[in-house]
Design a protein. Structure first.
Length: 135
């Protein structure tokens, strides 16, 4: 089990599952939502995500049709996003997890729209758009 929280600690949660590999997203929406060159997302089954406290602090923003971004209304920390096309899956922000992660990044996604001021300097696969490896 993993625990996590937002910056102010108002939103606290547990994840009762092993964590999937981290997806590094360079799309313009993730950059704007994070205020950073990319977002680090971990797909988590909604059934494995347990909100411990701060439900009243969570605010939802539909950034594009069917895509919702959920964040803490007090400190602004992005917590997770969800898509209608992936029911039952939350894309949890990796930086919120309290424990050391046993999982690592698997690939860079949406590199066609990456920012020009950050270089990708690793050997992970890069995909111009979204791509989820099978198996």
């Amino acid at each position: 089990m993993y625990s996590g929280s937002c910056l102010c600690g108002g939103v606290q949660f547990n994840v009762k599952a092993e964590l999937e590999p981290i997806q590094v997203c360079h799309c313009s929406q993730c950059r704007k939502a994070q205020g950073a060159p990319f977002a680090t997302n971990i797909p988590v089954a909604a059934s494995a995500f347990q909100l411990i406290s701060g439900g009243e602090l969570l605010t939802e923003f539909e950034s594009s049709p069917g895509k919702k971004r959920v964040f803490c209304s007090r400190c602004g920390s992005p917590v997770y996003s969800s898509k209608d096309t992936l029911p039952g899956v939350l894309r949890l922000r990796a930086g919120l997890i309290n424990e050391r992660l046993g999982t690592k990044p698997i690939a860079h996604f949406y590199t066609a729209s990456k920012c020009n001021w950050w270089s990708i300097n690793d050997d992970l696969p890069q995909f111009a758009e979204a791509y989820l490896p099978k198996g």
